[in-house]
Design a protein around this ligand. Structure first.
Ligand code: G3P
Length: 228
């Protein structure tokens, strides 16, 4: 499973990219607004940090403007995926851009019928929003299951990108169901690393190792420079 981080915060992206486990970034207009930065230089900056796919969303809702915005966004860097909303105009843009070889992420997907249309329009990724469905009492992961089944049955190549992730179980369940990608807010991505028994076990190993008085590295090995 690929991990994207769902943020427009460059410091967070830089920090998480250093783990070597980050496969891409997703942004949206709300995340860009939160960052307080100018969109175009921001996308260029993010694309320079992460070699993987960076989703940049169009702002217009009409076909004519969306396609121009999408084409422009695609020129910013090779790793841009143009993000379009799951509307008739958005899917028309998806079809046009994907036919020309541009990666497209179809966002705001809330039903299997919509996901089928996104795949037919040639989307590289479809983004079902699981958290927002859970928020209104529906079953976000049930939707992921159904979309994964349909795409397998129909041999559709669009990747299922689990979005609007609220907790690590969304990621784990998505992986189990065969979703190819999860886009995860930074705090939840860090939660994936954590388990209290890991911390407890490590503290015990460190304490027991200190009791031995030994060192693994010979004296001549210089310490690596650490970050300030
Ligand atoms: O980026 C799209 C999606 O992940 C948004 O999530 O938390 O605003 O529902 P959220």
């Amino acid at each position: 499973m690929k991990f994207f981080v769902d943020t427009a915060d460059v410091n967070e992206i830089r920090d998480l990219a250093e783990t070597g486990l980050l496969d891409g970034v997703t942004t949206n207009p709300s995340l860009v607004a939160k960052s307080g930065k100018d969109f175009i230089p921001l996308i260029r900056e993010i694309c320079g940090i992460v070699p993987g796919t960076v989703s940049a969303e169009v702002a217009a809702t009409d076909y004519e403007t969306m396609i121009q915005e999408g084409r422009y966004l695609a020129t910013l860097a090779k790793n841009v995926a143009v993000k379009v909303p799951l509307t008739p105009a958005g899917l028309k843009v998806c079809k046009a851009l994907s036919s020309g070889g541009t990666m497209v992420n179809v966002t705001l997907c809330f039903s299997s019928a919509q996901a089928i249309l996104a795949a037919k329009a040639g989307a590289t990724f479809v983004s079902p929003f699981v958290g927002r469905l859970d928020d209104i009492g529906e079953d976000g992961m049930g939707l992921i299951k159904e979309i994964c089944e349909i795409y397998r049955a129909q041999n559709m190549k669009t990747e299922v990108l689990v979005a609007s992730v609220r907790h690590p179980r969304h990621v784990v369940e998505g992986a189990k169901l065969g979703a190819q990608v999860a886009t995860v807010p930074p705090a939840i991505l860090r939660q994936l690393f954590a388990h209290p028994l890991t911390d407890k076990g490590l503290a015990q190993f460190v304490a027991d190792w200190q009791k031995t008085g030994q060192k693994i590295l010979p004296a001549e090995v210089q310490p690596l420079k650490t970050r300030a």
